[in-house]
Design a protein. Structure first.
Length: 522
């Protein structure tokens, strides 16, 4: 009778815990893990040409499904290539299981060229890290990794799997006790929430701002929470904002048009400073994105904060109960007016309006880049109901991979990647996987041939943009041919220079199956 290998046992255990997708960029120390997939055709394996594509895709998948996908990565250097998007996933509280191959356990003392301290690399972006110590540890560790990925509101769980244990046979019967490393994190609601105290503080405050955190269906930016907060705003005369970069936000007709808290400290403080009370509905206490002279890092001192739920934990029911207790009126769904259909040369506002008019019902929009991201979020309140995913951690190169993962997670929904030309180059290899998997993703690239966000920072306070700074933030010598680049990866592409051209090309892209890219010439 053929024995089960450690690799086969790992995939079987992950599959038994509900993991059905693996985003993979394997190497030599993962060959038996690749072989082990042969026995599990129900576990979908999606190949990425760079590790940051895999980790970003797992982030997009987890945001939409609320349960983890796996990644398969090669040793410490391969894992390190994927850390940027694991950083974003950590900030988004996305459940992910990372499987990292390692040298043969008996080969580690020889410090071969690709040997590294994988644990030290993994801990900053993982809530749970475990090194498999033998074949009897494989199945329990795999099961524990899935449970741990769902702990603490969602987090990365990382398994390090030496190559010899992948190939060796698993003893029968497999060990039953789950792995419990010392650094495991419990799944606990850390916020001490007292509904009576919350009601009293809400009644006594004169100027209230609600700050809504993104996440799953029961997060502050889920449908139920937004409706409950709209009721609270009405009864309390309050205002409400989404956090600046929500991991997931439901958006569109039938929901309130809550704006995002501004990015720069001056407009953010204009919102927050006058408030007696800032209510955190699954959001972190607001801080400045960077340290700015003359501005406190913490935008709201603790005495003015009221936390309803910790980020990553359900908050909808608590908000509904508060609305009922305060006698808030029933929710009245608003009707938002779409912006006028634009004509002429493309601008960020014109792009936002065209997309708001053309977006299919229940689409998913992965947004990266400020050029079109902010205008679209404003216009999207009037679009058909959809889901928006933004860059929670600020590590660029997220837009395309998150769109990829969302399309895998939700094959019945159209996906749009609304991205900027500078950041998209970080994970441009994603286009190949989109073509390889024939995913229904429309990529919209705002091609202004510059790092616009850096230029905005350089110009803060009326400062001049020097010649050296302008050269260091320019992407126009040579200009990237996005149409040619996309077609080289197998993605059909067009170029639009006017609003009318963009509207026509967008309609055509939504009518066809598979991926498409439109370069939006700004």
């Amino acid at each position: 009778m053929k024995q089960t290998t450690g690799a086969q046992a790992l995939w079987a255990a992950l599959s038994a815990e509900g993991v059905d997708t693996c985003f993979a960029n394997p190497g030599t120390t993962e060959l038996d893990l690749v072989r082990g997939l042969e026995a599990l055709p129900q576990l979908r394996c999606v190949v990425g040409l760079q590790e940051n594509v895999c980790t970003g895709a797992a982030d997009g998948y987890g945001r939409m499904r609320g349960r983890p996908a796996a990644t398969l990565l090669h040793l410490g250097p391969g894992f390190a290539n994927g850390i940027a998007n694991l950083h974003n996933a950590r900030r988004a509280r996305t459940p992910i299981v990372n499987v990292i191959g390692d040298q043969m356990s008996w080969h580690l003392p020889y410090d071969a060229p690709l040997t590294s301290d994988i644990e030290s690399l993994a801990r900053p972006v993982s809530g749970w890290v475990h090194r498999i110590t033998g074949t009897g540890d494989v199945a329990p560790a795999a099961a524990a990794s899935v449970r741990q990925s769902l702990a603490a509101g969602g987090q990365g769980a990382t398994l390090i799997f030496p190559a010899d244990y992948q190939a060796e046979p698993v003893p029968e019967p497999a060990a039953a006790a789950p792995a419990t490393p010392a650094d495991a994190q419990p799944d606990a609601e850390a916020v001490a929430y007292d509904p009576a105290d919350a009601i009293a503080r809400l009644r006594s405050a004169r100027r209230i701002v609600f700050l809504l955190g993104g996440g799953g269906e029961l997060s502050g930016l889920g449908v139920r929470s937004q409706r409950a907060v709209s009721r609270l705003v009405a009864v309390l005369g309050a205002r409400a904002y989404a956090e600046t970069f929500p991991s997931r936000s439901e958006r569109g007709q039938g929901l309130p048009a809550f704006d995002r808290l501004p990015y720069f400290p001056e407009p953010a403080r204009a919102v927050l400073d006058p408030s007696d009370l800032v209510v955190l509905a699954g959001a972190m206490p607001p801080v400045t994105y960077f340290g700015y002279a003359g501005h406190p890092s913490a935008l709201v001192e603790p005495a003015r904060l009221l936390a309803i739920a910790q980020p990553g934990h359900p908050v909808a029911e608590r908000l509904e109960q508060l609305a009922d207790a305060l006698g808030a009126p029933p929710y009245a769904a608003p009707r938002h007016a779409l912006p006028e259909v634009p004509e002429g040369a493309l601008t960020p506002a014109a792009i936002a309006a065209v997309l708001a008019h053309g977006l299919p019902e229940q689409a998913i929009v992965s947004v990266e880049g400020g050029t079109c991201g902010y205008p679209f979020y404003a216009a999207s309140a009037a679009a058909p109901a959809h889901t928006t995913l933004t860059n929670t951690g600020g590590a660029i190169g997220q837009g395309l991979p998150v769109a990829l993962g969302a399309a895998i997670a939700c094959p019945d929904r159209r996906v749009v990647a609304l991205v900027s030309d500078g950041s998209t180059q970080y994970t441009i290899q994603t286009l190949w996987t989109m073509a390889h998997e024939q995913l229904d993703i429309v990529v919209l690239v705002a091609a202004n041939h510059q790092y616009a966000i850096l230029r905005n920072e350089l110009r803060r306070g009326g400062a001049a943009l020097g010649a050296r700074a302008e050269a260091m933030t320019a992407l126009d010598s040579p200009r990237i041919d996005w149409v040619g680049l996309a077609e080289a990866y197998g993605v059909p592409a067009t170029r639009a220079a006017t609003a009318q051209e963009l509207a026509g090309q967008l309609r055509q892209a939504f009518l066809q199956r598979g991926p498409a890219l439109i370069e939006m010439a700004l």
